[in-house]
Design a protein around this ligand. Structure first.
Ligand code: NI
Length: 475
């Protein structure tokens, strides 16, 4: 079941917020007082207000492709999770097939597929999840948008078109959308069909936001194509479920879930290690937090091992309590960007906002700004370095990558780490995968027998002078 939340007055949230240091991290947009208003921006729900929500991620990286996809798992809404998994798979499969057989890109880059999620509603009755897929294949890049809905009463998942009342509703919707789009779109593409409307959601004002994938109703040069319809226009088009979805989407914000019991209290945090004298190694876990993070924290605590978690902002926002638990246990939390895009393909402003949003999430949860950035896929250039410098971040890559993302056998992952382990190394692992999680106790036990101390990346580079914007990969 989906757990409804108690709402609290804004004053209480504000009081809680003031308990944390309010100074932003370097480059904080709040400090610059910038505000962007776009009426086609979809209203989103803070995922931290849904108890037990975790992000599920898929990651693949080799010379032919870079894939990162994430979507939420809402407890009790299994039909939705299944539908989301299928939707993500529908993106990854053809992309993998295409990139496996395609010649290398003319620009020397690597094809990229990225799927990010946000919640468009989360009540005990209705959940909405919007997926934005970015695909880059060399000649063209494009975004597809899809919003899926879940009916908590009937326990069924729905496409966006199910918000609309049958054939008559779709006909009226298509007509209104054609009017609003005018000459921006090819009217022949806006048909009264389910497939025409993959993403229906709502904005802050309560308007219906109708958005389309790039190239679907207009030329690619048009960018994101979206229109809003006012309540008086869309109300007669809604199905009964559509009305409930609308009510859920526009419900006042719920407060964040209470943080889970502290894990850290059980064991004392290990003291700092001087890596100038000790045999140190830094294990790093990317792409979380997620479904395995709590178990991983227990495994690390049993060995009194510290590690570094490079978290994806979208996933981190779902569970600030988990971030606090990890920090309280002595682990370091680093920035792995908000949506795990290859930063070298983005304009400076977008890199900045992608990194900044995750800084804000971590700062709000932990009361301090992270100092480490791991660029997704380890892809960096002078622009990324410049942004890192402006945000007081050191870029952290790695010295040991055993390709855990495609190894199914935990023993093999552990063996590969052991073959390459050496003092001062930074080990790249992905916490979103079961085999990797299962390999960790083996890795810890075997390295401990060889006398290694498990330290954070900041501890490991304590005696180095790594400037902000510069990078550190370990030995
Ligand atoms: Ni990653």
């Amino acid at each position: 079941m989906i757990v409804p939340r108690v709402r609290v007055a804004a004053a209480v949230s504000a009081a809680l917020l003031t308990a944390l240091p309010l100074a932003g991290c370097a480059g904080d947009p709040e400090r610059r007082g910038r505000r962007i208003v776009d009426d086609t921006a979809v209203r989103t729900v803070n995922p931290a207000s849904v108890a037990g929500l975790t992000a599920l991620t898929r990651f693949e990286q080799d010379t032919t492709r870079r894939v990162y996809a994430a979507y939420p798992r809402v407890p009790g809404a299994d039909a939705l999770t299944k539908r989301l998994a299928a939707a993500v798979d529908e993106q990854i499969r053809p992309f993998t097939a295409l990139t496996t057989s395609a010649p290398p890109l003319a620009d020397g880059g690597v094809p990229e597929l990225n799927v990010q999620w946000s919640l468009t509603a989360a009540s005990h009755q209705v959940v909405g999840v919007r997926l934005v897929t970015w695909q880059y294949l060399g000649v063209s890049g494009g975004e597809a948008r899809r919003t899926l809905w879940y009916d908590g009463v009937t326990h069924t998942a729905h496409s966006s078109a199910d918000l609309i009342d049958g054939r008559a509703g779709l006909t009226a919707l298509a007509e209104s959308v054609r009017d609003r789009l005018g000459s921006r779109a090819n009217p022949a593409q806006v048909r009264a069909a389910e497939a025409t409307f993959p993403s229906l959601a709502f904005n802050e004002a309560g308007d219906l936001v109708v958005e389309f994938g790039d190239y679907t109703v207009a030329p690619g040069s048009a960018g994101r194509v979206a229109v809003t319809l006012g309540r008086e226009v869309y109300e007669p088009m809604l199905s009964a479920f559509g009305r409930r979805a609308r009510d859920a989407a526009l419900a006042p914000p719920a407060r964040s879930a209470a943080s889970a019991p502290e894990l850290a209290a059980a064991r004392p945090v290990p003291g700092p290690v001087d890596c100038a004298h000790a045999k140190c190694i830094a294990l790093t876990f990317d792409d979380g937090p997620g479904q395995y993070t709590r178990g991983l924290l227990r495994t690390l605590a049993e060995r009194r091992a510290r590690a570094t978690f490079f978290v994806v902002g979208d996933n981190a926002a779902a569970d600030p309590g988990l971030l606090r638990d990890a920090a309280a246990a002595g682990h370091e939390l680093g920035n792995h960007t908000q949506g795990h895009r290859d930063l070298t393909r983005l304009p400076t402003m977008q890199i900045n906002s992608d990194v900044q949003r995750t800084q804000d999430i971590l700062r709000t949860a932990l009361g301090k700004c992270p100092t480490l950035l791991r660029p997704p896929f380890g892809a960096t250039n002078s622009t990324v370095a410049g942004v890192a410098k402006s945000l007081d971040l050191v870029q952290v890559l790695w010295s040991i990558d055993v390709g855990d993302w495609h190894v199914r056998d935990a023993g093999k992952i552990a063996d590969r780490v052991m073959e390459r382990a050496r003092p001062g190394a930074v080990v790249l692992l992905h916490e979103s995968r079961r085999p990797t999680i299962d390999a960790v106790p083996k890795i810890l036990a075997r390295l401990a027998r060889q006398g290694y101390s498990f330290v954070t990346v900041s501890e490991l580079m304590a005696d180095r002078e790594v400037p902000t914007g510069g990078h550190f990969s370990g030995m």
